[in-house]
Design a protein around this ligand. Structure first.
Ligand SMILES: Nc1nc2c(c(=O)[nH]1)N[C@@H](CN(C=O)c1ccc(C(=O)N[C@@H](CCC(=O)O)C(=O)O)cc1)CN2
Length: 287
């Protein structure tokens, strides 16, 4: 039976630590501020944004949600982001994804200033972590590291297999594990004989968005399995891993819900505080 890696409990630890750090910052007059831009009325996105606002309130971060209509013109959205870039009271800006289909996500994300890009999706920030000088890591990827480190699961020298290569999770997670000296194999939609790779994994990250993609025959005995999938099946939330069957074989496993998801929100708070602190240091440097 695998050890269950309790994301809710780890997220709570992260937020407890942050609450103290934010309270000290507020005493110096710095109130970290996050703005979340939500376009359209996707129910899941609205629910994630509510979780983000609640977590911000919980740790003492000032959070604002800017709701925009689904049919907003691209240039109008860009102008709104540019206003946030110029607002000195705002330290962190996030555009909730996915955006409606008429909007060019790459173009939009390029208009979040790299110093306020709390998701780490701007090309400058991708370049920074790809070249070994990360400003920060995307929230879910940072959450995966937090789970591994707080659970004392070694990374260096281990074989890590990532299934999926998305901007939000798969690609940055491969870069992060590589930066922590894992031997990394990145699999994707066109990988032939996926199982041949997943069975080599000491750390298996499933981030493909496909329920039951990973079963017991896809996993090495004792492996750490991190399930990043968020799929709604028959009214229930499930990951990409057949949890009940894989639990028997893995050494450690994250559940869905209650695994990586809560860390995505907690690490958004941590990234916000990090950006606010950098902003403060730079301001002091100019005095
Ligand atoms: N700009 C971004 N957009 C999106 C991101 C992101 O990191 N930045 N990630 C996902 C959605 N997401 C946050 O935005 C997110 C997903 C899941 C959870 C979560 O806590 N899940 C819970 C279950 C919640 C439920 O019942 O629905 C869990 O897994 O336990 C939080 C945030 C896509 N968009």
């Amino acid at each position: 039976m695998a050890r269950i890696l309790d994301g809710k409990a780890i997220a709570k630890q992260v937020k407890d630590e942050l609450r103290q750090r934010v309270s000290q910052l507020r005493e110096t007059g710095l109130v970290p501020k996050l703005v979340v831009v939500l376009v359209g009325d996707d129910a899941a996105s609205a629910s994630y944004v509510r979780s983000k606002s609640r977590a911000a309130q919980d740790v003492g971060i000032d959070a604002e949600v800017i709701q925009m209509p689904a049919n907003i013109a691209e240039d109008e959205l860009i102008r709104a982001l540019e206003r946030l870039n110029e607002d000195n009271t705002v330290h962190a800006v996030l555009v909730q994804l996915p955006l409606p289909a008429h909007l060019d996500t790459d173009r939009i994300l390029m208009h979040v200033h790299p110093a306020k890009d709390v998701d780490g999706f701007h090309p400058v920030n991708i370049g920074r972590y790809a070249t070994g000088t990360p400003l920060l890591w995307p929230c879910t990827t940072a959450g995966i590291l937090e789970i591994l480190e707080r659970s004392e699961i070694p990374i260096a020298g281990r074989t890590a297999v990532i299934v999926g290569r998305s901007r939000i999770v798969g690609w940055p997670t491969a870069q992060l594990l590589l930066a922590h000296n894992a031997t990394v194999i990145q699999c994707h939609r066109q990988t032939v004989n996926l199982r041949e790779y997943t069975r080599q994994a000491d750390i298996l990250v499933a981030a493909a968005g496909q329920p039951s993609l990973i079963g017991p025959d896809d996993v090495k005995v004792g492996a750490t399995v991190i399930d990043v999938g968020i799929n709604r099946v028959g009214g229930h939330l499930v990951g990409d891993v057949d949890f009940a069957a894989v639990e028997e074989k893995a050494g450690a496993i994250t559940p869905v819900p209650g695994g990586v998801g809560p860390l995505t929100v907690a690490m958004l708070m941590k990234n916000t505080v990090h950006l606010a602190e950098i902003h403060q240091r730079e301001k002091e440097g100019f005095r």
